[in-house]
Design a protein around this ligand. Structure first.
Ligand code: NAP
Length: 294
């Protein structure tokens, strides 16, 4: 039977609001756990509980009566404590803060230092699956975020073309991630103790630049070719260096997982879109999205 009573931690960040809005629109009973209490942008239908994540009692008491718990917090080493609290409160399903690269199906991605916390959380959940079930949701780069940040294509400046720019990867809109989470909650058995893959579109960087030229003929793409093997080598060198730029290295590892061939970043042929109610975009919807990104 579908889960109806769901809690979410980290709902006030980049991803959380899209999930909350979709769950509320689909009639789920949503409770938001928040450390800051900065929840004014969330729909009034949600119940907000201010929590102190350093206190297990605080989190357990906020989770009592909930059937599922979604984490979108950015601090992955804090998730095992959330899982313990969920178990203590009797929650049945935990959806950890994944929502990105293929950390479940590709060993090269799993080995990238930036994903160590996500991988440890997965291992922790697997070790507790007799007490709580889980679903890992793999989405690739957020499509709208990737356009706004200029990672997929920078329509306001120079685009870094990763390797040849022709390889195709899976990307998901924030709204579709909300739909996919709702889909998991509506299909507990089919999504139990496994990873699910969703995508809004499979695209290459060169395809996006081509669409940009179609919707705005005066647009002239400014590009610079980037060799991802070199980026990877430099990122590991930064990690080894005294006073190295760890932040830059981590961003490099994320880009490698999204764009480098061999990193399992395309699930166009086999994914869970249909089960989870994610439809993808028609060509004209894709053109509208790109047109809005100038
Ligand atoms: N695929 C992609 O393109 C992509 C892009 C960005 C992020 N992601 C992934 O999506 C997930 C969510 O990322 P996000 O960018 O939405 O996160 P975020 O905006 O950095 O943070 C989300 C919320 O988590 C809470 N939070 C912040 N620091 C915390 C801490 N130390 N402990 C507990 N809670 C904390 C805050 O909510 P309160 O103040 O309400 O507690 C914050 O608003 C992550 O797993 C990230 O890797 C993927």
């Amino acid at each position: 039977m579908a889960f109806r009573k769901v809690a979410i931690a980290g709902a006030t960040g980049n991803l959380g609001p899209s999930i909350v809005n979709e769950l509320v629109n689909q009639g789920f009973e949503v409770t938001v756990l928040s450390s800051s209490g900065n929840t004014s942008a969330l729909p009034s239908a949600v119940k907000v509980i201010k929590v102190d994540y350093s206190s297990q009692d605080s989190v357990v008491s906020a989770l009592r009566g909930q059937e599922a718990f979604i984490s979108t917090i950015p601090k992955h080493d804090q998730q095992p404590a959330l899982i313990d609290a969920a178990i203590a409160a009797g929650v049945q399903r935990f959806i950890p803060s994944e929502f990105g690269s293929n950390t479940i199906g590709n060993e090269k991605v799993r080995a990238l230092p930036v994903f160590a916390g996500k991988v440890k959380t997965q291992e922790y959940l697997r070790s507790k699956q007799d007490q709580i079930s889980y679903t890992f949701l793999i989405t690739g780069l957020f499509l709208d975020w990737g356009l706004n940040l200029g990672w997929l294509a920078n329509l306001k400046g120079k685009t870094d073309i990763n390797d040849n720019g022709d390889s195709v990867h899976s990307f998901t809109l924030l709204t579709d991630i909300g739909r996919a989470v709702a889909g998991v909650l509506k299909h507990p058995e089919e999504t139990k103790n496994r990873g699910v893959y969703v995508q809004t579109a499979a695209l290459s960087q060169n395809q996006v630049l081509k669409i940009a030229g179609k919707v705005k003929p005066e647009f002239k793409a400014e590009t610079e070719q980037v060799d991802l093997a070199e980026v990877e080598k430099n990122a590991y060198a930064e990690l080894k260096k005294d006073g190295g730029n760890i932040g830059l290295a981590m961003v490099s590892f994320i880009k490698i997982s999204i764009f480098k061939e061999g990193y399992g970043n395309l699930w166009d042929e086999k994914n869970d879109n249909e089960l989870l109610g994610v439809k993808g975009l028609s060509s004209s919807e894709l053109e509208d999205l790109v047109a809005k990104s100038f």
